[in-house]
Design a protein around this ligand. Structure first.
Ligand code: GSH
Length: 200
């Protein structure tokens, strides 16, 4: 039996951690039946695992935590894979992970909802236009970096790539037009085409 339990359905940010566990080839129990839209995350037993009241969360032996990117970095470090061991390499993983969460995640989520997921009468074209505007600079930054880097940190796929690509996946789901940033589109193909990325 595995010590690790991942809480949250694949159709949520738990996808990021399910992908990570797949990359690491580790055993885990998946508690998918968390109705996060229905308030399950705010129940005392869930809050005892992740005080922020959101999925994903994990329990691993005697620790528990939330925050998808942080969980992934923890798992990478614990299993000694997909993360550089030197100070600078690890700092770069944190840099890209914080970057995607603060610069890309919110506008990409707004785009996903208002271009694709919401019922038509709730979609707001102004939010779509603003999201595209907000994403222009960070996607250009990433596109420029990827012009001469196959992977974000070091020479191989790492948790930095996973964390960034897992957020960009919302763009793929919503058919965001990445044609102005072809290096980003190729990077997404490299990452999201990995067998472990197919968690649904
Ligand atoms: N920054 C957090 C965000 C987690 C998050 O917002 N998860 C959503 C589902 S994808 C959730 O739990 N929503 C329930 C709620 O907001 O009550 C992470 O990356 O783990």
């Amino acid at each position: 039996m595995s010590d690790l339990t991942i809480l949250g359905p694949a159709a949520s940010r738990a996808m990021r951690t399910l992908w990570m566990a797949g990359e690491l080839g580790i055993e885990f129990e998946h508690k998918a039946d968390i109705n996060f839209r229905g308030g399950d995350c705010r129940k005392p037993d869930f809050l005892a695992i992740n005080r922020a009241g959101r999925v994903p969360a994990i329990k691993d032996s005697d620790i528990s935590m939330g925050e998808s990117c942080a969980i992934n970095i923890y798992l990478a470090k614990k299993h000694g894979k997909l993360i550089p061991t030197d100070l600078v390499g690890e700092a770069k993983v944190l840099e890209w992970s914080f970057w995607v969460m603060t610069e890309v995640e919110k506008p990409m989520l707004n785009y996903l909802f208002h271009a694709a997921m919401l019922p038509d009468d709730q979609k707001d074209p102004k939010v779509v236009a603003q999201s595209v505007k907000d994403l222009e600079w960070p996607l250009e930054v990433l596109n420029t970096y990827l012009a001469d880097h196959k992977w974000l940190v070091g020479d191989d796929f790492s948790v930095a790539d996973l964390n960034v690509a897992a957020v960009l996946a919302w763009g793929k789901m919503s058919k965001y037009d990445f044609s102005a940033v072809p290096n980003v589109a190729e990077f997404m193909g490299r990452c999201l085409g990995r067998p472990a990325a197919k968690v649904r």
